[in-house]
Ligand binder design. Structure first.
Ligand code: FAD
Ligand code: NAI
Length: 463
């Protein structure tokens, strides 16, 4: 007799593990299938967590090397121990993935170890054993997008996974793709001493972010030493013992040029992971980009099969996957699970960080919405001066007629933390005036948010 569950979740990333825990909290008998040796998915094992560990360590190194002297702190000699940095990163990852295992035990979630395949309505096969379930939640995440003629070997040409594992600082790292991964990992290796060139197909970086913020980020990263070749595509990569020879061509046509790298990082996006899941046999419909098609309640076209996270439409972000995991578990329990896709923040963890919620100026213009802009630079914020990080600004976009906040874009110190106030404001349908009237502690970076809200109405105090 096969074991029967109320819910089987396939995949234990932020979407899957959170869904499993929430479903168990709601009294369901839950199993989660994971083929990886550890729980936590892309995010905890090879994504968010290891990248943030290396970003922190490399920032400490860079700060000690270049910024401490301004504070009157003289460090006579500084040396990089990359092996130690990498082993700290591994410890951070281990603590997080073990944490999920602990939470599974605490909540009585059964971990079915191995590759899961849907073999019929309410039936999942894992390593030859069959399990029945009233509901199945697909949370199988995503993989990096390949590029023709640029073969990833995770040695000379790496994906983000290999890019997090280098045991030597490259002399010249060429990053293909100026998005989240390219800029975060490019920053890590630049700070540790590599020359870094980012080759981007479009004529701008971070295409989903506000254009003004993206231009500012490019300028600041440029000052940190990253080089950018925009409007350029890579058409060939030839490996040799000396490194990798790349052929670059202007995206809009023109003469090709060669670029030599010792390591190439391919980071041109991610695509849904559905291989070997049995979706075609089960009749689960995909959309035109290979994502599992779902309705507003995360239901696929097949009764009892749901999907969440990177494998469905929407931004490929861990917190979006987590919120969908909670929502689908609550829906299965007969509650009103819901995700507000208009208020999902996005953060690029470069230094300075870039954080955004809601619409960009470009999107508002395209939608024909009239808006007011309130901006405040960190150069005019007392705390930013005190800590020595004055690059960047807060930019608020509010509806011209109603003053309701439509978008918020921050580039600056701790932007990823500062954005939370504006996410909350948007969740509550706040106006710029509402934020401007909130008392903000002094001296804090948050005051820049208040000032930007005041600036929407042309009455910022400190500028
Ligand atoms: P995943 O985390 O991809 O998990 C899916 C899991 O399913 C995997 O463990 C996989 O092994 C398992 N699986 C797949 N198929 C099967 C099967 N058939 N049987 C059993 N198991 C299966 N997002 C952020 O919000 N913030 C960040 O700072 C951030 N940094 C990132 C850095 C990098 C380098 C990368 C690559 C991504 C980053 N992301 C970040 C994105 C984030 O990792 C994803 O959005 C998130 O992991 C998606 O969660 P998920 O649960 O949908 O899928
Ligand atoms: P991305 O979508 O962020 O950026 C890819 C970039 O590559 C884009 O600028 C795109 O125009 C460019 N590009 C596409 N094809 C190209 C080509 N042939 N040549 C040159 N450039 C090309 O994708 P990325 O950086 O791979 O990250 C994948 C996803 O993972 C992100 O979109 C994000 O959802 C998630 N992520 C989130 C992080 C965070 O929240 N801080 C950090 C890392 C990843």
């Amino acid at each position: 007799m096969s074991e029967t569950f109320d819910v089987i979740v396939i995949g234990s990333g932020p979407g899957g593990y959170v869904c499993a825990i929430r479903a168990a909290q709601l009294g369901m008998k839950v199993a989660c299938v994971e083929q990886r040796a550890t729980l936590g998915g892309t995010c905890l094992n090879i994504g968010c967590i290891p990248s943030k560990a290396l970003l922190q360590s490399s920032e400490e190194f860079d700060h000690t090397r270049h910024a401490l002297v301004d504070h009157g702190v003289i460090v006579e000699s500084i040396k990089l121990d990359l092996a130690r940095m990498q082993s700290r990163k591994a410890d951070v990852v281990a603590a997080n993935v073990k944490g999920v295992e602990f939470l599974f035990r605490k909540n009585n979630v059964t971990w079915l170890k191995g590759h899961g395949r849907i073999i019929g309505p309410g039936r999942v096969e894992v390593n030859g054993a069959t399990y029945d379930s009233k509901n199945i939640v697909i949370a199988t995440g995503s993989d990096s997008v390949p590029l023709t003629d640029v073969d990833v070997d995770e040695r000379q040409i790496v994906s983000s996974t290999g890019g997090l594992e280098l045991d030597k600082v490259p002399t010249h790292l060429v990053v293909i793709g100026g998005g989240y991964i390219g800029l975060e990992l490019g920053s890590v290796w630049r700070r540790l001493g590599a020359a870094v060139t980012v080759v981007e197909f479009l004529d701008r970086i971070v295409p989903t972010m506000d254009g003004e913020v993206a231009r500012s980020l490019q300028r600041i990263l440029g000052r940190q030493g990253l080089k950018f070749q925009l409007g350029t595509k890579v058409t060939a990569a030839r490996k040799s013992n000396q490194g990798v020879n790349l052929t670059l061509e202007p995206a809009k046509g023109g003469d090709a040029e060669e670029l030599q790298a010792d390591i190439v990082l391919l980071s041109i996006g991610r695509r849904p992971h559905t291989d070997g899941l049995g979706l075609a046999e089960a009749g689960v419909a995909l959309d035109d980009r290979g994502r599992v098609r779902t309705d507003a309640h995360f239901a696929t076209n097949i009764q009892g099969i749901y999907a969440i996270g990177d494998v469905i439409a929407g931004p490929m972000l861990a917190h979006k996957a987590q919120d969908e995991g909670v929502a689908v578990a609550e829906i299965l329990a007969g509650q009103a699970g819901h995700v507000n896709y208009g208020a999902i923040p996005g953060v690029v963890y470069t230094w300075p960080e870039v954080a955004a919620v809601g619409q960009t100026e470009e999107e508002l213009k395209a939608a024909g919405i009239t808006y007011s802009v309130g901006k405040f630079p960190f150069t005019a914020n007392g705390r930013a001066r005190a800590i020595g990080y004055t690059e960047g600004f807060v930019k608020l976009l509010a509806d011209k007629q109603t003053d309701r906040i439509l978008g918020a874009h921050i580039i600056g110190p701790d932007a990823g933390t500062l954005i939370a106030e504006l996410v909350t404001a948007m969740e509550f349908g706040a106006s710029a005036e509402d934020v401007a009237r909130i008392c903000h502690a002094h001296p804090t970076l948050e005051e820049a948010v208040k000032e930007a809200a005041l600036a929407v109405d042309g009455r910022a105090i400190h500028i």
